[in-house]
Design a protein around this ligand. Structure first.
Ligand code: GDP
Ligand code: MG
Length: 163
């Protein structure tokens, strides 16, 4: 059975973009509209010679802001329960939001291994912004840019090491 890696995070942080990067094909729909992921949510990726099953959590379409956290949780609960590793994504450009913080607190209680990723961290300014994610209490954030392909090799190594 392949180890399961679940990509979680609030809408629009770049989960599907990261998913596509890691599976090496455009399997999930990336949209400027928060939370739009309608097609493939599962794929296989080869990370440093390790085959993994990758899950892009979604199902957050048309969430009202006040229910976003709740929906995020329910759509992630099943995935997180079966995860050998949760890749929790935040948006370095937007900074840490209260929803990120709530979700991080919930994640910490799930007792699953979590790898914290600060996406949209292209360039030097991005790396600095990414450090804000330290405040989530989930360890050192890995700064990367799913869209520009920066930091992806490091992420692949990190995932492979943690499995
Ligand atoms: P999801 O809702 O978390 O699945 O996010 P998506 O993958 O659909 O991406 C949401 C938006 O963020 C899209 O407009 C992407 O092009 C953009 N995006 C994703 N990754 C990056 C990145 O590394 N840098 C920047 N600047 N934008 C990104
Ligand atoms: Mg998506």
């Amino acid at each position: 059975k392949l180890p399961v890696v679940v990509i979680a995070g609030r809408p629009n942080v770049g989960k599907s973009t990261l998913f596509n990067r890691l599976v090496g094909r455009r399997q999930a729909i990336v949209s400027d509209e928060p939370g739009v992921t309608r097609d493939r949510k599962e794929g296989e990726a080869l990370l440093r010679g390790r085959r993994v099953k990758l899950i892009d959590t979604a199902g957050l379409e048309e969430s009202a802001p006040e229910t976003l956290y709740g929906r995020m949780r329910s759509s992630s609960e099943e995935g997180v329960a079966q995860a050998d590793l949760v890749v929790f994504c935040v948006d370095a450009r937007a900074g840490i939001t209260p929803v990120d913080a709530h979700f991080a607190a919930w994640l910490r209680r799930q007792n699953r291994p979590v790898l914290l990723v600060a996406n949209k961290a292209e360039g030097r300014a991005g790396t600095e912004a990414a450090m804000e994610a330290f405040s989530l209490g989930l360890g050192t954030p890995l700064a990367l840019s799913a869209e520009h392909g920066e930091g992806i090799a490091d992420l692949m190594s990190e995932i492979a090491e943690r499995l």
